[in-house]
Design a protein around this ligand. Structure first.
Ligand code: SF4
Length: 223
C-alpha cells in the first residue's frame, strides 16, 4: 500500500490557536489521533481512548492543506501507539510543513523523523504513570525539541527538578538543552504557587498556561 493510502485512526481534526509549548499563540492544525497506552489521573483527553474514525494519510493531508500557513501538531491520545504515525509525519514534512509531535514519553522516540519537533510530556509521579516513562528517550531530544512536565504537587515539582538537573544533562552531555516547560494541573496546583517555586529556585524553565482555555473557557479545543 502506498504511504498516502495508509489508514490512521483519528479522534478529531481541527484548526485553532496553539495553546501550549513555545509556539503558543500560533494558528495550528491539530491532528488528534485516538488511542493511548497510559491512564494519567488528570487526563482531560479520555474521549481519545476508543478507536476513532479511520482516515487515509492523503485525506489528513488534504485537510491540513486548507490551512497552509499554520503549524501542525500531531497529538493524542498517544500518537506513537499507531505505526502509521511515522509515515504521516514524513508526508507532512515532505509537504514543507512545520510539524510538532506531542508524545507521552513512554514509547521509543528513535523512529521519529529528524526535523519533527518533539514535545515530550514526561509524566510525573502524581500522574500515576511515571514508572512507565522511558528515560532513554531523553537522549533523542535536540535543542529544537521541548520537554514538558505537567505538575500536580510539590512532589511532582521536585521529581521534575531532579530530571532537569541530573538525568537530562547526563543524557545530552554535549548538546544545548531543549526548551523545558512546566505547567500546573488546574484545581490541583495554582500557577502562582508554581511560579513562586520556579523563581525561588531560579530554574531555566518556561511556565506555560493553556491559553486556549483562557480564550475559550467553555471549550476544550477552542474555535
Ligand atoms: S498520555 Fe495524555 S491522553 Fe494518555 S492518559 Fe495521559 S494525559 Fe491522557
Amino acid at each position: 500500500m502506498a504511504a498516502a493510502d495508509l489508514p490512521i485512526k483519528i479522534s478529531e481534526l481541527f484548526y485553532s490557536i496553539q495553546g501550549e509549548s513555545t509556539r503558543a499563540g500560533l494558528p495550528c492544525v491539530f491532528i488528534r489521533l485516538s488511542g493511548c497506552n497510559l491512564r494519567c489521573r488528570y487526563c482531560d483527553s479520555q474521549y481519545t481512548f476508543p478507536d476513532g474514525e479511520s482516515r487515509s494519510i492523503s485525506a489528513i493531508m488534504a485537510y491540513a492543506a486548507h490551512y497552509p500557513a499554520a503549524i501542525i501538531e500531531v497529538t493524542g491520545g498517544e500518537p506513537l501507539c499507531q505505526t502509521n504515525t511515522i509515515p504521516l509525519l514524513r508526508k507532512l514534512q515532505e509537504a514543507g510543513r512545520t510539524v510538532l509531535l506531542e508524545t507521552n514519553g513512554s514509547l521509543d522516540l528513535a523512529p521519529v523523523p529528524d526535523g519533527v519537533i518533539k514535545i515530550m510530556d514526561l509524566k510525573c509521579p502524581d500522574s500515576g504513570m511515571s514508572n512507565k516513562m522511558r528515560l532513554a528517550n531523553l537522549q533523542h531530544l535536540s535543542p529544537a525539541d521541548e520537554l514538558k512536565f505537567v505538575l500536580t504537587s510539590r512532589r511532582d515539582y521536585e521529581w521534575a527538578v531532579g530530571i532537569i538537573r541530573r538525568q537530562l544533562p547526563e543524557a545530552l552531555s554535549t548538546s544545548p538543552l531543549p526548551a523545558i516547560l512546566f505547567s500546573a494541573v488546574p484545581n490541583k496546583l495554582e500557577a502562582a504557587v508554581l511560579s513562586a517555586w520556579i523563581l525561588k529556585d531560579q530554574l531555566p524553565v518556561r511556565l506555560q498556561l493553556q491559553i486556549h482555555k483562557i480564550i475559550w473557557p467553555e471549550s476544550e479545543r477552542g474555535v
